[in-house]
Design a protein around this ligand. Sequence first.
Ligand SMILES: [Fe+2]
Length: 449
Amino acid sequence: MAAPVSNPFLEQNLAPVTEELTAYDLKVTGQLPEQLTGRYMRNGPNPMADVDPDRYHWFVGAGMVHGIRLEIGNARWYRNRWVRSPEVAASLGEPAPQSDWPAGHGAFAANTNVFAHNGKTIASVEAGFPPIELTDELETVKITNFDGTLPHAFSAHPKRDPHTGELHVMTYWWGWGNQLQYIVVGVDGRVKHTLDIPVPGGPMVHDIAITERYALVFDLPCVFSLEAATAGASLPYRWDNDYEARIGLLPRNGVAQDITWCPIDPCYIFHPMNAYDDGDSVVLDAVRHPRMFDRETRGPDEGAATLDRWVLNGIDGSSTHDTISDVAQEFPRVDERLIGQRHRFGYTAGIGQVFAQDALMKTDVDSGEVERRSDSDRYGYGEPVFIPRDAEAAEDDGWVMALRLDSQTGLSELAVIDAQRFDEDPVAVVHLPARVPNGFHGNWVPDRS
Ligand SMILES: [Fe+2]
Protein backbone atom coordinates (compact mmCIF):
# COMPACT_ATOMS: atom_id res chain seq x y z
CA MET A 1 0.00 0.00 0.00
CA ALA A 2 1.34 3.43 -0.91
CA ALA A 3 2.28 5.68 2.00
CA PRO A 4 -0.26 8.46 2.54
CA VAL A 5 0.77 11.73 0.92
CA SER A 6 1.62 14.47 3.38
CA ASN A 7 1.53 18.16 2.65
CA PRO A 8 3.14 20.55 5.15
CA PHE A 9 0.59 23.22 4.19
CA LEU A 10 -2.19 21.06 5.62
CA GLU A 11 -0.47 20.20 8.90
CA GLN A 12 0.06 21.65 12.38
CA ASN A 13 -1.56 25.08 12.52
CA LEU A 14 -2.07 25.07 8.78
CA ALA A 15 -4.61 22.28 9.20
CA PRO A 16 -8.11 23.55 8.42
CA VAL A 17 -10.91 23.76 10.97
CA THR A 18 -14.13 21.98 10.13
CA GLU A 19 -16.85 24.08 11.75
CA GLU A 20 -18.34 27.53 11.58
CA LEU A 21 -18.82 28.89 15.10
CA THR A 22 -20.53 31.86 16.69
CA ALA A 23 -19.66 32.68 20.29
CA TYR A 24 -20.74 35.66 22.38
CA ASP A 25 -19.23 37.61 25.29
CA LEU A 26 -15.75 36.17 25.20
CA LYS A 27 -13.42 35.92 28.15
CA VAL A 28 -10.87 38.75 28.26
CA THR A 29 -7.67 38.80 30.29
CA GLY A 30 -6.51 42.34 31.05
CA GLN A 31 -8.40 45.43 29.93
CA LEU A 32 -9.46 46.14 26.36
CA PRO A 33 -8.98 49.84 25.58
CA GLU A 34 -12.43 51.43 25.24
CA GLN A 35 -11.35 53.22 22.05
CA LEU A 36 -11.16 49.84 20.35
CA THR A 37 -14.75 49.51 19.23
CA GLY A 38 -15.11 47.71 15.92
CA ARG A 39 -14.12 44.45 14.32
CA TYR A 40 -10.82 42.66 13.79
CA MET A 41 -11.14 40.35 10.80
CA ARG A 42 -8.65 37.99 9.19
CA ASN A 43 -8.87 35.85 6.07
CA GLY A 44 -6.98 32.69 5.18
CA PRO A 45 -7.25 29.41 3.32
CA ASN A 46 -9.36 26.76 5.01
CA PRO A 47 -9.86 23.98 2.47
CA MET A 48 -12.96 21.87 2.70
CA ALA A 49 -12.51 18.20 3.44
CA ASP A 50 -11.94 16.84 -0.04
CA VAL A 51 -8.58 18.35 -1.10
CA ASP A 52 -5.89 16.15 -2.61
CA PRO A 53 -2.78 16.64 -0.44
CA ASP A 54 -0.55 15.75 -3.37
CA ARG A 55 -1.82 18.68 -5.43
CA TYR A 56 -2.95 21.14 -2.76
CA HIS A 57 -1.32 24.56 -2.86
CA TRP A 58 -1.77 26.71 0.25
CA PHE A 59 -2.97 29.66 -1.85
CA VAL A 60 -5.98 27.83 -3.28
CA GLY A 61 -7.80 26.71 -0.13
CA ALA A 62 -11.33 28.12 0.22
CA GLY A 63 -11.25 31.36 2.20
CA MET A 64 -12.45 31.49 5.77
CA VAL A 65 -12.83 34.82 7.55
CA HIS A 66 -12.46 34.95 11.32
CA GLY A 67 -13.85 37.98 13.12
CA ILE A 68 -13.91 39.36 16.64
CA ARG A 69 -16.12 42.26 17.65
CA LEU A 70 -14.85 44.58 20.40
CA GLU A 71 -17.18 47.12 21.99
CA ILE A 72 -16.25 49.60 24.74
CA GLY A 73 -13.96 47.25 26.62
CA ASN A 74 -15.87 44.04 25.88
CA ALA A 75 -15.37 41.25 23.36
CA ARG A 76 -18.91 40.77 22.04
CA TRP A 77 -18.47 37.94 19.56
CA TYR A 78 -16.25 35.63 17.57
CA ARG A 79 -17.36 34.22 14.25
CA ASN A 80 -15.70 32.22 11.51
CA ARG A 81 -17.34 31.80 8.12
CA TRP A 82 -16.28 30.27 4.86
CA VAL A 83 -16.44 32.83 2.08
CA ARG A 84 -19.11 31.50 -0.30
CA SER A 85 -18.09 30.73 -3.83
CA PRO A 86 -20.54 28.59 -5.83
CA GLU A 87 -18.32 25.59 -5.02
CA VAL A 88 -18.21 26.27 -1.27
CA ALA A 89 -21.96 26.88 -1.16
CA ALA A 90 -22.57 23.59 -2.98
CA SER A 91 -20.35 21.74 -0.51
CA LEU A 92 -22.36 23.24 2.35
CA GLY A 93 -25.67 22.32 0.69
CA GLU A 94 -26.59 25.97 0.12
CA PRO A 95 -27.77 27.83 -2.99
CA ALA A 96 -25.06 29.56 -5.00
CA PRO A 97 -24.25 33.08 -3.84
CA GLN A 98 -25.53 36.09 -5.77
CA SER A 99 -23.12 37.45 -8.32
CA ASP A 100 -22.82 40.77 -10.18
CA TRP A 101 -20.88 39.00 -12.93
CA PRO A 102 -22.19 37.23 -16.00
CA ALA A 103 -22.75 33.49 -15.72
CA GLY A 104 -19.50 31.61 -16.24
CA HIS A 105 -17.27 34.31 -14.80
CA GLY A 106 -14.72 32.52 -12.62
CA ALA A 107 -15.38 32.70 -8.90
CA PHE A 108 -13.37 31.47 -5.96
CA ALA A 109 -13.87 31.77 -2.20
CA ALA A 110 -11.59 34.82 -1.83
CA ASN A 111 -9.04 33.72 0.76
CA THR A 112 -6.32 36.31 1.15
CA ASN A 113 -7.49 39.55 2.70
CA VAL A 114 -10.54 41.13 4.28
CA PHE A 115 -11.01 44.87 4.62
CA ALA A 116 -13.72 47.50 4.70
CA HIS A 117 -14.26 50.21 2.09
CA ASN A 118 -17.20 52.56 1.61
CA GLY A 119 -18.92 50.85 4.54
CA LYS A 120 -18.73 47.40 2.98
CA THR A 121 -16.72 44.39 4.10
CA ILE A 122 -14.80 42.82 1.23
CA ALA A 123 -12.92 39.51 1.05
CA SER A 124 -10.35 39.60 -1.72
CA VAL A 125 -7.87 37.51 -3.64
CA GLU A 126 -5.73 37.93 -6.76
CA ALA A 127 -5.14 36.22 -10.11
CA GLY A 128 -8.40 37.27 -11.76
CA PHE A 129 -10.91 36.09 -9.19
CA PRO A 130 -13.50 38.63 -8.07
CA PRO A 131 -13.89 40.18 -4.62
CA ILE A 132 -16.74 38.97 -2.41
CA GLU A 133 -18.85 41.28 -0.27
CA LEU A 134 -19.67 40.16 3.27
CA THR A 135 -22.02 41.47 5.93
CA ASP A 136 -20.63 42.99 9.13
CA GLU A 137 -21.22 39.51 10.61
CA LEU A 138 -19.18 37.81 7.87
CA GLU A 139 -22.03 36.24 5.90
CA THR A 140 -21.57 36.33 2.13
CA VAL A 141 -23.68 38.99 0.38
CA LYS A 142 -22.54 38.57 -3.21
CA ILE A 143 -19.66 38.22 -5.62
CA THR A 144 -19.17 41.88 -6.45
CA ASN A 145 -17.97 43.96 -9.38
CA PHE A 146 -18.16 47.27 -7.51
CA ASP A 147 -21.40 48.48 -9.11
CA GLY A 148 -20.30 47.31 -12.53
CA THR A 149 -17.08 49.33 -12.50
CA LEU A 150 -14.47 46.58 -12.03
CA PRO A 151 -13.25 45.45 -15.48
CA HIS A 152 -12.07 41.99 -14.39
CA ALA A 153 -9.28 41.30 -11.90
CA PHE A 154 -8.80 42.68 -8.42
CA SER A 155 -6.07 42.04 -5.85
CA ALA A 156 -5.72 40.85 -2.29
CA HIS A 157 -3.79 44.01 -1.46
CA PRO A 158 -5.38 47.37 -2.08
CA LYS A 159 -3.34 50.20 -0.53
CA ARG A 160 -5.38 53.04 0.91
CA ASP A 161 -3.95 56.50 0.29
CA PRO A 162 -4.27 58.15 3.71
CA HIS A 163 -4.80 61.58 2.11
CA THR A 164 -7.66 60.64 -0.22
CA GLY A 165 -9.05 57.39 1.18
CA GLU A 166 -8.83 55.90 -2.31
CA LEU A 167 -7.59 52.35 -2.90
CA HIS A 168 -4.64 51.73 -5.24
CA VAL A 169 -4.50 48.23 -6.64
CA MET A 170 -2.22 46.28 -9.02
CA THR A 171 -3.99 43.39 -10.69
CA TYR A 172 -3.04 40.50 -12.95
CA TRP A 173 -4.82 37.66 -14.72
CA TRP A 174 -3.32 34.98 -16.94
CA GLY A 175 -6.08 35.57 -19.52
CA TRP A 176 -4.67 39.03 -20.32
CA GLY A 177 -1.38 37.59 -21.52
CA ASN A 178 1.56 39.88 -20.90
CA GLN A 179 -0.26 42.66 -19.11
CA LEU A 180 -1.05 44.03 -15.67
CA GLN A 181 -3.75 46.52 -14.78
CA TYR A 182 -3.49 49.36 -12.26
CA ILE A 183 -6.78 50.39 -10.66
CA VAL A 184 -7.86 53.19 -8.36
CA VAL A 185 -11.09 52.70 -6.40
CA GLY A 186 -12.77 55.89 -5.22
CA VAL A 187 -14.14 56.49 -1.74
CA ASP A 188 -17.58 55.70 -3.19
CA GLY A 189 -16.47 52.10 -3.83
CA ARG A 190 -16.41 52.51 -7.62
CA VAL A 191 -13.37 52.05 -9.86
CA LYS A 192 -12.42 55.56 -11.07
CA HIS A 193 -9.19 54.88 -12.97
CA THR A 194 -7.66 51.94 -14.82
CA LEU A 195 -4.36 51.67 -16.68
CA ASP A 196 -3.08 48.67 -18.64
CA ILE A 197 0.64 48.00 -18.18
CA PRO A 198 2.46 45.77 -20.70
CA VAL A 199 5.08 43.45 -19.19
CA PRO A 200 7.35 40.80 -20.79
CA GLY A 201 5.53 37.79 -19.29
CA GLY A 202 2.79 36.87 -16.85
CA PRO A 203 4.19 37.75 -13.43
CA MET A 204 2.41 36.97 -10.17
CA VAL A 205 1.99 40.47 -8.71
CA HIS A 206 0.77 40.05 -5.17
CA ASP A 207 0.87 43.60 -3.85
CA ILE A 208 1.54 47.24 -4.62
CA ALA A 209 3.30 50.08 -2.84
CA ILE A 210 2.52 53.74 -3.30
CA THR A 211 4.37 56.93 -2.58
CA GLU A 212 3.14 60.51 -2.93
CA ARG A 213 4.33 60.44 -6.57
CA TYR A 214 4.38 56.82 -7.69
CA ALA A 215 2.67 53.46 -7.74
CA LEU A 216 5.22 50.62 -7.63
CA VAL A 217 4.98 47.69 -10.05
CA PHE A 218 6.57 44.45 -8.81
CA ASP A 219 7.51 42.70 -12.07
CA LEU A 220 9.42 39.74 -10.63
CA PRO A 221 10.46 36.29 -11.88
CA CYS A 222 7.58 34.18 -10.57
CA VAL A 223 5.48 33.90 -13.71
CA PHE A 224 2.56 32.05 -15.23
CA SER A 225 3.74 28.66 -16.47
CA LEU A 226 1.77 27.07 -19.27
CA GLU A 227 3.66 23.85 -18.58
CA ALA A 228 2.50 23.84 -14.94
CA ALA A 229 -1.04 24.77 -15.99
CA THR A 230 -1.13 21.98 -18.57
CA ALA A 231 0.12 19.53 -15.96
CA GLY A 232 -2.84 20.47 -13.77
CA ALA A 233 -1.00 22.49 -11.10
CA SER A 234 -3.47 24.14 -8.76
CA LEU A 235 -1.35 27.31 -8.82
CA PRO A 236 0.49 27.49 -12.19
CA TYR A 237 3.12 30.09 -11.29
CA ARG A 238 6.78 29.13 -11.21
CA TRP A 239 10.18 30.70 -10.72
CA ASP A 240 11.83 31.63 -14.04
CA ASN A 241 15.59 32.20 -14.02
CA ASP A 242 15.37 33.89 -17.42
CA TYR A 243 12.80 36.53 -16.42
CA GLU A 244 14.28 39.89 -15.47
CA ALA A 245 13.45 41.14 -11.96
CA ARG A 246 12.49 44.79 -11.94
CA ILE A 247 10.39 47.30 -10.06
CA GLY A 248 8.48 49.93 -12.00
CA LEU A 249 7.92 53.49 -10.78
CA LEU A 250 4.63 54.54 -12.36
CA PRO A 251 3.78 58.23 -11.90
CA ARG A 252 0.36 58.05 -10.28
CA ASN A 253 -1.27 60.09 -13.02
CA GLY A 254 0.98 58.71 -15.75
CA VAL A 255 0.68 56.13 -18.50
CA ALA A 256 2.68 52.93 -19.00
CA GLN A 257 5.30 54.71 -21.15
CA ASP A 258 6.08 56.99 -18.19
CA ILE A 259 7.24 54.10 -15.98
CA THR A 260 10.87 54.11 -14.88
CA TRP A 261 11.85 50.45 -14.67
CA CYS A 262 14.53 49.65 -12.09
CA PRO A 263 16.22 46.26 -12.59
CA ILE A 264 17.04 44.52 -9.30
CA ASP A 265 18.79 41.30 -8.33
CA PRO A 266 16.42 38.32 -8.73
CA CYS A 267 14.12 37.79 -5.75
CA TYR A 268 10.43 37.64 -4.96
CA ILE A 269 8.42 40.19 -2.99
CA PHE A 270 4.96 39.39 -1.75
CA HIS A 271 4.69 42.34 0.63
CA PRO A 272 6.14 45.80 0.84
CA MET A 273 6.23 47.25 4.34
CA ASN A 274 6.00 50.78 2.93
CA ALA A 275 7.57 53.10 0.37
CA TYR A 276 8.16 56.84 0.17
CA ASP A 277 9.73 59.50 -2.02
CA ASP A 278 13.20 60.81 -1.20
CA GLY A 279 14.42 63.39 -3.72
CA ASP A 280 14.64 61.75 -7.14
CA SER A 281 14.41 58.32 -5.52
CA VAL A 282 11.91 56.02 -3.89
CA VAL A 283 12.77 54.15 -0.69
CA LEU A 284 11.11 50.75 -0.52
CA ASP A 285 11.15 48.51 2.56
CA ALA A 286 9.83 45.03 1.78
CA VAL A 287 10.18 41.38 2.72
CA ARG A 288 12.51 39.68 0.26
CA HIS A 289 12.31 35.98 -0.62
CA PRO A 290 15.37 34.56 -2.44
CA ARG A 291 13.01 33.00 -5.02
CA MET A 292 9.45 31.64 -5.19
CA PHE A 293 7.83 28.39 -6.34
CA ASP A 294 11.06 26.91 -7.61
CA ARG A 295 11.96 23.94 -5.39
CA GLU A 296 8.72 24.00 -3.34
CA THR A 297 5.55 24.44 -5.39
CA ARG A 298 2.89 23.82 -2.71
CA GLY A 299 3.47 27.10 -0.87
CA PRO A 300 6.11 29.73 -0.15
CA ASP A 301 9.19 28.07 1.34
CA GLU A 302 12.35 28.97 -0.58
CA GLY A 303 14.69 30.04 2.19
CA ALA A 304 14.64 32.81 4.77
CA ALA A 305 12.59 35.89 3.99
CA THR A 306 14.36 39.04 5.22
CA LEU A 307 13.40 42.68 5.67
CA ASP A 308 15.26 44.63 2.99
CA ARG A 309 15.52 48.16 1.64
CA TRP A 310 15.81 49.22 -1.97
CA VAL A 311 16.47 52.79 -3.07
CA LEU A 312 15.14 53.15 -6.61
CA ASN A 313 16.12 56.10 -8.78
CA GLY A 314 13.17 57.56 -10.67
CA ILE A 315 15.40 59.32 -13.22
CA ASP A 316 17.80 56.62 -14.43
CA GLY A 317 16.37 53.37 -13.02
CA SER A 318 19.47 52.63 -10.94
CA SER A 319 19.02 51.12 -7.49
CA THR A 320 20.76 50.07 -4.30
CA HIS A 321 19.77 47.23 -1.99
CA ASP A 322 20.53 46.42 1.66
CA THR A 323 19.17 44.08 4.30
CA ILE A 324 17.60 45.84 7.29
CA SER A 325 17.06 42.66 9.30
CA ASP A 326 18.03 39.10 8.45
CA VAL A 327 15.56 37.62 10.94
CA ALA A 328 13.12 35.43 8.98
CA GLN A 329 9.84 37.31 8.83
CA GLU A 330 6.77 38.18 6.79
CA PHE A 331 3.45 40.05 6.92
CA PRO A 332 4.96 43.55 7.28
CA ARG A 333 2.67 46.36 8.41
CA VAL A 334 3.15 49.99 9.36
CA ASP A 335 1.07 52.71 10.90
CA GLU A 336 -1.22 53.14 7.91
CA ARG A 337 -1.51 56.88 8.42
CA LEU A 338 2.02 56.80 6.91
CA ILE A 339 1.39 54.75 3.77
CA GLY A 340 3.42 56.40 1.03
CA GLN A 341 5.30 58.58 3.53
CA ARG A 342 8.47 58.11 5.53
CA HIS A 343 8.01 55.60 8.35
CA ARG A 344 10.27 54.54 11.18
CA PHE A 345 8.56 51.50 12.71
CA GLY A 346 7.29 48.32 11.12
CA TYR A 347 5.66 45.21 12.55
CA THR A 348 6.05 41.65 11.24
CA ALA A 349 5.48 38.04 12.18
CA GLY A 350 8.45 35.72 12.45
CA ILE A 351 8.42 32.83 10.04
CA GLY A 352 9.75 29.39 10.86
CA GLN A 353 9.90 26.38 8.59
CA VAL A 354 7.01 25.97 6.13
CA PHE A 355 5.63 29.39 6.98
CA ALA A 356 5.02 28.52 10.63
CA GLN A 357 4.15 31.82 12.28
CA ASP A 358 6.05 32.43 15.49
CA ALA A 359 7.41 35.58 17.10
CA LEU A 360 5.96 39.05 16.77
CA MET A 361 8.51 41.72 15.87
CA LYS A 362 8.80 45.49 15.84
CA THR A 363 11.62 46.92 13.74
CA ASP A 364 13.04 50.42 13.88
CA VAL A 365 14.08 50.75 10.24
CA ASP A 366 16.20 53.82 11.04
CA SER A 367 18.46 51.99 13.49
CA GLY A 368 17.86 48.40 12.35
CA GLU A 369 16.97 47.49 15.94
CA VAL A 370 14.51 44.60 16.17
CA GLU A 371 12.33 43.97 19.22
CA ARG A 372 11.21 40.37 19.20
CA ARG A 373 8.58 39.26 21.69
CA SER A 374 10.05 36.65 23.98
CA ASP A 375 6.88 34.53 24.32
CA SER A 376 7.20 32.75 20.99
CA ASP A 377 7.98 29.39 22.61
CA ARG A 378 4.35 29.31 23.66
CA TYR A 379 2.58 31.55 21.15
CA GLY A 380 2.63 31.57 17.36
CA TYR A 381 1.65 35.02 16.12
CA GLY A 382 -0.01 35.86 12.85
CA GLU A 383 0.07 39.11 10.94
CA PRO A 384 0.11 42.18 13.18
CA VAL A 385 -1.89 45.33 12.58
CA PHE A 386 -1.10 48.69 14.18
CA ILE A 387 -3.88 50.91 15.55
CA PRO A 388 -2.97 54.47 16.62
CA ARG A 389 -4.21 55.55 20.07
CA ASP A 390 -5.92 58.52 18.44
CA ALA A 391 -5.70 60.48 15.21
CA GLU A 392 -2.88 62.72 16.49
CA ALA A 393 -0.83 60.01 18.25
CA ALA A 394 2.89 59.55 17.49
CA GLU A 395 3.93 56.85 15.02
CA ASP A 396 4.18 53.99 17.51
CA ASP A 397 1.73 55.33 20.12
CA GLY A 398 -1.04 52.78 19.96
CA TRP A 399 -1.65 49.05 19.89
CA VAL A 400 -0.50 46.10 17.88
CA MET A 401 -3.22 43.55 17.42
CA ALA A 402 -2.58 39.98 16.25
CA LEU A 403 -4.07 36.54 16.47
CA ARG A 404 -1.88 34.01 18.23
CA LEU A 405 -2.13 30.29 18.85
CA ASP A 406 -1.54 29.17 22.43
CA SER A 407 0.37 25.91 22.08
CA GLN A 408 -0.64 24.91 25.63
CA THR A 409 -4.40 25.10 25.06
CA GLY A 410 -4.52 24.56 21.30
CA LEU A 411 -6.84 27.58 21.10
CA SER A 412 -6.28 30.97 19.55
CA GLU A 413 -6.40 34.40 21.10
CA LEU A 414 -6.49 37.99 19.96
CA ALA A 415 -3.61 39.81 21.63
CA VAL A 416 -3.67 43.59 22.03
CA ILE A 417 -0.16 44.85 22.76
CA ASP A 418 1.02 48.35 23.65
CA ALA A 419 3.32 49.15 20.74
CA GLN A 420 5.69 51.14 22.97
CA ARG A 421 5.89 48.31 25.53
CA PHE A 422 6.26 45.71 22.89
CA ASP A 423 7.63 42.80 24.94
CA GLU A 424 5.40 43.29 27.97
CA ASP A 425 2.27 41.28 28.64
CA PRO A 426 -0.52 42.31 26.27
CA VAL A 427 -2.86 44.96 27.67
CA ALA A 428 -5.65 42.56 26.77
CA VAL A 429 -6.08 39.04 25.46
CA VAL A 430 -9.40 37.89 24.01
CA HIS A 431 -9.78 34.13 24.39
CA LEU A 432 -11.39 32.45 21.41
CA PRO A 433 -13.33 29.18 21.58
CA ALA A 434 -11.45 27.75 18.60
CA ARG A 435 -8.14 27.39 16.85
CA VAL A 436 -7.58 29.87 14.04
CA PRO A 437 -5.30 28.29 11.43
CA ASN A 438 -2.32 30.33 10.29
CA GLY A 439 -3.63 32.42 7.45
CA PHE A 440 -2.96 35.55 5.52
CA HIS A 441 -4.22 39.05 6.10
CA GLY A 442 -6.50 40.96 8.39
CA ASN A 443 -7.53 44.42 9.40
CA TRP A 444 -9.03 46.34 12.27
CA VAL A 445 -12.19 48.12 11.19
CA PRO A 446 -13.30 50.70 13.75
CA ASP A 447 -17.02 51.44 13.84
CA ARG A 448 -16.48 55.06 12.88
CA SER A 449 -15.02 53.98 9.52
FE1 LIG B 1 -0.40 38.97 0.93
